[in-house]
Design a protein around this ligand. Structure first.
Ligand code: BES
Ligand code: ZN
Ligand code: ZN
Length: 508
């Protein structure tokens, strides 16, 4: 766990292994930490020239200061781009580059200074939050099972980060650091859950994690709905998906209801929680199945988001839902052609057992509305491979029954630099979901627009509750590093949900 300290900006006593100094383009010799490393400014200019470092965004320069009078063993200058053009987005990119370079150096203790923020619209608190958030997210290493016996050497982590602040902003910076730490912890927890092998991260395991969370955070309570109770509630679509698995399904509800919550608002977060998706009898190819441990990434996002929301003590009631199950095959497994009852009372014909996510979401959303009494809904789901054809692994699709609510979700995502794009919900696309056998069928067939027909399938279950569906099939798990995300589970959606809860708690 990363520890933060806040020594004074110009305290000459500050000693550090590596000092990170953000500098603007072509103006890097001066800065708020000049006093800390003034003795090496001349050599920095020369070194920068040699290395071609001119402070452009995402450039870094590792400098070895003269030992005398210098508090840092090494200084890592990181480019902020043109002065006057700094945005939160470019700051995040600059910090990502800086922390990645520090990670390559296997530095465990580092220091970072404030930067001039005048005219950027970024407060001292938000700067400190961003530092802690990105330091924490970049510090992540995958929760692998490599051993010393197999020749593995343990990874290094940043154990201490000194944030050099001036007196006036120290209190704000401290608050920001704490918020950033909590947010990064949430993202990293979501990544861990996604990366766990499917034999470990079972529905029961998710229920245990939810229970442990409620024990850790007294402001959160948990309710576990087991198969028999789910049957009584009429959640037959969810249970149909679970039929082919030896792992017990469990429906999880987490509630955070602080005393000072804004009245009249209950934010419902539903996360697809299929802990492994074989496709069922409509079995996936080996290639398609390989990464399907990631099919609970939506659940990981809502679970970790609600914990951060509680830890940040946001004054809003939030409920998180996970219909946790595997989608496997045995003699009891559901089959193409089956007709299912749902909790909402609509009937569904199974066209394809691999379109299981929308079946679990249908009942989860019905529960959130009917039992949970949520007033605003967001579901987060690795729902359709078709998403990859639209946004690749870069962004996620957003679908809604309420433009104003979607705008709030898009704004929250924009504020944390998670890419979302609104997708069509044209009524003309609905006919893909028609069948002579039931109210709905669970695929759009050969009709096309697979991500939209999936969203249109869910829509009737959301009814008139403002609802946004985020299809994160492209972004939940990547085969490559991307920005501050490592290869593998990304925790995508977690930060959007936290920002959304914050905004909603502040809105009139
Ligand atoms: N879990 C998959 C979607 C998915 C694909 C997530 C790739 C992450 C990466 C989902 O359950 C699924 O299999 N969807 C089918 C739906 C189809 C049968 C209508 C798909 O996308 O092919
Ligand atoms: Zn599937
Ligand atoms: Zn799936």
């Amino acid at each position: 766990m990363m520890k933060f300290t806040l020594p004074k900006l110009n305290a000459s006593g500050v000693k550090t292994r590596l000092l990170l100094v953000g500098v603007f383009e072509k103006n890097f010799a001066t800065g708020p930490v000049a006093g800390l490393n003034s003795s090496c400014e001349g050599s920095v200019a020369l070194h920068a020239q040699v290395e071609g470092f001119d402070g452009k965004a995402e450039q870094t320069l590792l400098h070895f200061p003269n030992a005398k009078g210098v508090a840092a063993q090494q200084v890592l200058y990181f480019g902020l781009g043109e002065s006057g053009k700094l945005t939160l987005t470019s700051l995040r990119e600059a910090l990502t580059a800086a922390f990645k370079r520090a990670k390559q150096l296997k530095v465990t203790e580092l220091s970072i200074a404030q930067i001039p923020l005048d005219g950027t619209g970024i407060s001292a608190e938000l700067y400190a939050q961003t530092v802690a958030e990105y330091a924490g997210m970049v510090d992540y290493t995958i929760n692998h099972f490599k051993t010393a016996k197999g020749g593995h050497k343990p990874e290094t982590h940043v154990t201490s980060l000194q944030f050099l602040a001036d007196d006036e902003t120290a209190a704000d910076s401290k608050r920001g650091l704490e918020a950033g730490r909590l947010i990064a912890t949430a993202v990293n927890r979501a990544r861990d859950l996604v990366n766990l092998p499917p034999g470990v991260c079972t529905p029961t395991y998710l229920a245990e994690q939810a229970t442990a969370l409620a024990r850790r955070r007294w402001s959160i309570t948990v309710r576990l709905v087991q198969r028999d109770e789910a049957k009584k509630l009429g959640m037959h679509a969810f249970l149909a998906v679970a039929k082919g698995s030896d792992q017990k399904p469990v429906f999880i509800e987490l509630t955070y209801a602080p005393k000072n919550a804004v009245p009249g608002k209950v934010l419902g977060l539903v996360g697809k929680s299929v802990t492994f998706d074989t496709g069922g009898y409509d079995i996936k190819s080996a290639d398609g199945m390989l990464t399907m441990k990631c099919d609970m990434a939506g659940g990981a996002a809502v679970l970790s988001a609600i914990e951060a929301i509680a830890a940040l003590k946001l004054p809003i009631t939030v409920k998180a839902y996970m219909a946790a199950t595997e989608n496997c095959i045995n003699g009891k497994a559901y089959k193409p052609g089956d007709v299912l009852q749902t909790m909402a009372g609509l009937t569904v014909a199974v066209d394809n057992t691999d379109a299981e996510g929308r079946l679990t979401l249908a009942d989860a959303i019905a529960f959130a509305r009917e039992v949970g009494g949520v007033t605003h809904l967001v579901d987060v789901a690795t729902l359709t491979g078709a998403m990859l054809g639209t946004t690749a692994d870069v962004g996620a699709g957003s679908f809604t029954n309420n433009g104003a609510w979607q705008n709030e979700v898009l704004a929250a995502a924009g504020s944390v630099d998670e890419l979302l794009w609104p997708m069509p919900m044209w009524p003309q696309l609905k006919k893909g979901n028609n069948t002579p056998m039931a109210d709905l069928k669970n695929t759009g067939g050969k009709f096309g627009a697979g991500s939209s027909t999936a969203a249109l399938f869910i829509a009737p279950f959301a009814g008139d509750t403002p609802w946004v569906h985020l299809d994160i099939a492209g972004t939940a798990y990547r085969g490559r590093e991307f920005g501050a995300d490592p290869e593998g589970g990304t925790g995508f959606g977690t930060r959007t949900l936290i920002a959304l809860a914050k905004n909603l708690s502040e809105a009139k």
